[in-house]
Write a protein of this length. Structure first.
Length: 318
């Protein structure tokens, strides 16, 4: 069944280039923002056209109706294959939105979803915001559409989404419960999430040392009514103003300090998830699979072990 689902999803994406159009006849969408008010979807498109950015607005009872209203007022066909980002407000239900992009044959699978503070984010912007968001999130290895699709349709985890402020910056994330946004967290929490989800590229700063995680190996298992979280981190040093890391004694101190810091960051993330009942790691499913009964995962204890290894190649010294 899983293989069949993957084949269907792949076919949806692969059909994106079935209909060739001359580029000058297309409105190439860099990003869009979706809002939902008074039973209507409100959509604004950021379109790259003739080396300049143009904005179009539309509305309708569905996302497709809203886009169709834009098409009627624009002689060019809306083209989504090069889209970088989809922004949406807290008013929008996530699953119907994702359903639309899964069904839309011209959509690529590499764009990013971002929660936005406002539906007026394009106001007075003279940059390609979609391209800017894509570069930031790709560099930070935050999951894209295909990853979000996997989480939502497996229906075993909640999600965490990057959050765009009114100033147009991504400095935080939003945790969800049952596909509804429930709490904003600083971007440090997103970095910790990435580490526990085995996504390389997390960034941590402790005791004047800044590291970039080049290999994240986190395993979460359930044993004796306790979640055991084992994390192995391989990292490179980005900033060091205190230690000579070619000195083994200093290196041990730094690695131990980072172990404790990362452990604390994991505990901080777990505390927020428990407070808002957001299960972004699928703890509840692990309990059901293990004990064949549904239990409140937040009542379980957590045993966290972190082992950090600093890659000595190219070390920065004080």
């Amino acid at each position: 069944m899983k293989k069949l689902l993957l084949i269907i999803i792949s076919l949806c994406f692969l059909t994106g280039c079935y209909n060739y159009n001359e580029l000058e006849d297309l409105s190439v969408v860099s990003s869009m923002i979706i809002d939902y008010q008074d039973d209507n979807y409100l959509i604004s498109l950021e379109v790259y056209d003739n080396k300049k950015t143009i904005y179009y607005d539309g509305s309708g009872k569905s996302i497709s109706d809203a886009l169709e209203s834009i098409l009627l007022s624009n002689e060019k066909k809306v083209y989504l294959s090069h889209m970088n980002a989809v922004l949406f407000t807290k008013n929008v239900k996530v699953k119907p939105m994702v359903d639309y992009f899964l069904r839309e044959p011209t959509t690529n699978n590499t764009f990013y979803f971002v929660l936005s503070e406002t539906n007026d984010i394009y106001k007075e912007k003279d940059i390609d915001l979609g391209k800017k968001i894509f570069k930031i999130l790709k560099r930070n290895n935050v999951f894209n559409f295909s990853k979000l699709l996997e989480i939502i349709y497996n229906d075993t985890k909640d999600i965490i989404i990057p959050y765009l402020s009114e100033s147009g910056e991504i400095e935080s994330g939003y945790i969800f419960k049952d596909n509804k946004p429930v709490h904003e967290v600083s971007y440090d929490y997103v970095e910790t999430y990435k580490l526990l989800d085995n996504i390389d590229g997390s960034n941590f700063i402790s005791n004047n040392i800044e590291i970039d995680v080049t290999n994240a190996n986190a395993k979460i298992k359930l044993k004796d009514n306790k979640f055991i979280i084992d994390v192995k981190v391989t990292a490179t040093v980005l900033e060091n103003n205190k230690y000579d890391l070619n000195n083994n004694n200093h290196l041990v101190i730094v690695q131990d300090t980072l172990n404790e810091h990362i452990k604390n960051e994991i505990n901080k993330l777990l505390d927020v998830l428990i407070e808002y009942d957001s299960d972004i790691f699928g703890f509840e499913t692990m309990i059901v699979n293990k004990y064949k009964v549904k239990k409140d995962w937040s009542h379980f204890k957590f045993d966290i072990n972190v082992n950090t290894h600093i890659n000595k190649k190219g070390l920065l010294k004080s």
